[in-house]
Design a binder for this molecule. Structure first.
Ligand SMILES: Nc1ncnc2c1ncn2[C@@H]1O[C@H](COP(=O)(O)OP(=O)(O)O)[C@@H](O)[C@H]1O
Ligand SMILES: [Mg+2]
Length: 492
C-alpha cells in the first residue's frame, strides 16, 4: 500500500501517468522484486512504457518535496540537449498537473518521470570491483571530462559529482549524470540543502561552505576522472577502499598512499600532465584553486591512442600486483559490515592551508608488497593485520572486535614501507546503514550561510565502537559526574 511518505509497488503493477499505462519492472538480479534504487533524498523505480521504453520514476522523501522542483525542471529544460544530461528530459507531477496520479499515489507529489539511463553507476564499478581495460577507462574519462568541461564553459555545475550519481556504460563509453535537482546555474533556485560533496569526492572547503557554485564540480570530477583512468590498473582496484577509491579520512592528505599510488599510475600509464592535475586538485585549498575541468579534457584529448596496447594484464614493472596482499582484485571486498564509517577525523585544514604544492614526484615507486591499506583511514598495515593500527577499523577476516593496539607514530610522506608505522588510533563510530550515511552527507543551512554536517538519527544498535578508547573516555566522564553529584549532595 502506498502512503504519503512511500510508494510501495509490485512487479508488473500498472501506474497510469498522463493517460499512459506503465508497468513496474522487475529487478534484473532479483526475481519477483521490483526494480527500485534508493538515493539520499528519494527513490527511483524503473517503469516500462507502453512502447517498451524504460523510464525512471523518482519520488522524494517528504522534506525534499518542494515547489521549487517545478522551477528546477523548467530551468533544466534548456540543458536537456547537453551531453550527459538526458535526465533533464523530465516531467514533474504536481496536484495541478497530475491530480489523479497524486490522489492515487500521494508520494508522487513533486515526483518525476524521466528516461531510464543505461549502464551501471560508477559506485557499482568500484564497489563490485568491475575491471576496466585501459581503452575503456580512457574512453569513459574522456567522455566524462567532456561533459564536465562543457558545463564549465556554460558556467553551470552538477554540484554532487560522486559515484552513485554517474552512470557509465563500459563498452560504449557513454556517461550520464543523475541526481540533477541541485545543479548550479545562474537562474536555478537554491536547493533545500546546499550540496557539500560526498565521501570519497569531497573537498575540504565544500564541507565548510558547500559547493553550490560554478566551480562545484572541480574537485569531485577530478577525483572521478582519475579513478576512471586508474581503475584500469589492477593495483588501484586491489588497494581501493570499498565504495570509492579513497577512504573518507584520507581526502587531501598529502601523505596518503592511495593518492601517491594513483599519481604514479596516471603518470606511468597515461601522462605526467594528468598526474600533475590530480596533484593540483588534491593540494588545493579552495574549489577555485583546483584546475579548471577543461584542462582535464585537454590533457585527455592529448593522449595518444596506443594506451590500450598497454593492457591492464601487463602493468608497468613497479606496479605488479602483490601476491601477498589480502584484497584480491575482482573480489567485492569480503567485509560487508562495519565498512561504512562516518565519524572520521579529516586532515587538519589549518595545516593544509599552508601546505605548499609539492614538486612533481620522484621516480621512486611505492612498495606495497605484503601490505594493505585501511578502507577507513587509508593507513598502511601489514597484510596479516585484522584491524587498522591507526583507527581500529576492521580490515581483515576473522573476529570483529579489535584487540587493543599500541599507538604507533605517523609514516613519513616520501618512502612507504611497513617499518614506518601508522599514526595514533582514533575513536571511530561505524554505521552499517548506507541510506543513513547518504543522508548525513547532504546537510547544509543555506539560510544561515554556514554548512553543518548533520548525521541522521541512527538506531543505537547499529553503532559499533571500533575502539575501546571512546568507552574509557565516556566511563571517565560518568565517573567524574558521579563524584561531583556526591560532593554536591554531601555539601548540601
Ligand atoms: N534516470 C535514471 N536512470 C537510471 N537510473 C537512475 C536514474 N535516476 C536515478 N537512478 C538510480 O537511482 C539512484 C538514486 O537516484 P538519485 O537521483 O541519485 O537520488 P537521490 O537524489 O536520492 O540521491 C542513482 O544512484 C541511480 O542508481
Ligand atoms: Mg544521488
Amino acid at each position: 500500500m502506498s502512503s504519503q511518505a512511500h510508494l510501495r509497488v509490485e512487479v508488473n503493477q500498472s501506474i497510469v501517468i498522463s493517460g499512459l499505462s506503465y508497468r513496474v519492472a522487475e529487478h534484473p538480479a532479483l526475481a519477483g522484486i521490483p526494480y527500485v534504487q534508493r538515493g539520499g533524498r528519494g527513490f527511483v523505480i524503473q517503469l516500462i512504457a507502453p512502447n517498451a521504453d524504460r523510464m525512471a520514476l523518482k519520488y522524494f522523501k517528504l522534506k525534499y518535496r518542494v515547489p521549487d522542483l517545478v522551477k528546477v525542471a523548467e530551468a533544466l529544460r534548456q540543458f536537456a540537449d547537453l551531453k550527459g544530461l538526458r535526465a533533464a528530459q523530465r516531467t514533474v507531477f504536481t496536484k495541478q498537473t497530475h491530480a489523479e496520479l497524486i490522489a492515487a499515489y500521494p508520494a508522487l507529489d513533486y515526483g518525476m518521470l524521466m528516461p531510464w539511463l543505461p549502464g551501471v553507476t560508477w559506485y557499482d564499478v568500484i564497489n563490485m570491483r568491475i575491471p576496466l581495460t585501459a581503452a575503456e577507462g580512457m574512453l569513459l574519462a574522456r567522455n566524462f571530462a567532456a561533459i564536465m568541461a562543457n558545463f564549465e564553459a556554460r558556467k553551470i555545475a552538477h554540484c554532487d559529482i560522486a559515484g552513485a550519481n554517474v552512470l557509465v556504460e563500459r563498452k560504449s563509453g557513454q556517461v550520464e549524470l543523475v541526481d540533477i535537482e541541485e545543479m548550479y546555474a545562474p537562474n536555478m533556485p537554491t536547493p533545500v540543502e546546499l550540496p557539500i560533496g560526498q565521501d570519497g569526492y569531497q573537498h575540504m572547503a565544500s564541507r565548510q561552505h558547500g559547493q553550490w557554485c560554478a566551480e562545484g564540480d572541480r574537485f569531485g570530477a577530478a577525483i572521478l576522472i582519475a579513478e576512471m583512468l586508474g581503475w584500469t590498473h589492477p593495483k588501484i582496484r586491489q588497494f581501493s577502499a570499498d565504495e570509492h577509491y579513497f577512504a573518507t579520512a584520507e581526502m587531501q592528505d598529502p601523505s596518503s598512499t592511495r593518492y601517491k599510488l594513483l599519481c604514479e599510475v596516471l603518470a606511468e600509464r597515461f601522462s605526467p600532465k594528468l598526474a600533475e592535475l590530480l596533484r593540483a586538485a588534491w593540494h588545493s585549498r579552495t574549489l577555485a584553486e583546483c584546475p579548471p575541468l577543461t584542462e582535464w579534457q585537454q590533457a585527455l584529448e592529448a593522449l595518444s591512442e596506443p594506451v590500450s596496447a598497454r593492457s591492464e594484464a601487463t602493468p608497468q614493472q613497479p606496479l605488479q600486483p602483490s601476491q601477498s596482499a589480502s584484497m584480491p582484485s575482482g573480489s567485492v571486498g569480503g567485509v560487508v559490515s562495519g565498512r561504512r564509517a562516518i565519524s572520521v577525523h579529516m586532515p587538519s585544514e589549518a595545516n593544509s592551508a599552508q601546505r605548499p604544492v609539492p614538486a612533481p614526484q620522484s621516480n621512486e615507486s611505492l612498495k606495497l608488497e605484503g601490505v594493505k591499506l585501511c578502507r577507513n583511514c587509508g593507513a598502511l598495515n601489514s597484510a596479516q593485520e585484522q584491524f587498522c593500527a591507526r583507527c581500529g577499523f576492521y580490515i581483515g577476516t576473522g573476529a570483529r572486535r579489535p584487540p587493543p593496539k599500541p599507538a604507533p607514530a605517523p609514516p613519513p610522506a616520501s618512502v612507504v614501507s611497513l617499518s614506518k608505522p601508522a599514526p595514533p588510533p582514533q575513536a571511530v563510530a561505524l554505521n552499517r546503514n548506507l541510506s543513513e550515511i547518504i543522508t548525513a552527507r547532504r546537510v547544509g543551512d543555506p539560510k544561515g550561510g554556514g554548512m553543518v554536517r548533520v548525521e541522521a538519527a541512527k538506531p543505537r544498535g547499529e553503532q559499533v565502537e571500533a575502539n575501546i578508547g571512546s568507552t574509557i573516555v565516556v566511563g571517565t566522564i560518568l565517573l567524574i559526574l558521579f563524584v561531583v553529584i556526591i560532593l554536591v549532595v554531601a555539601a548540601g
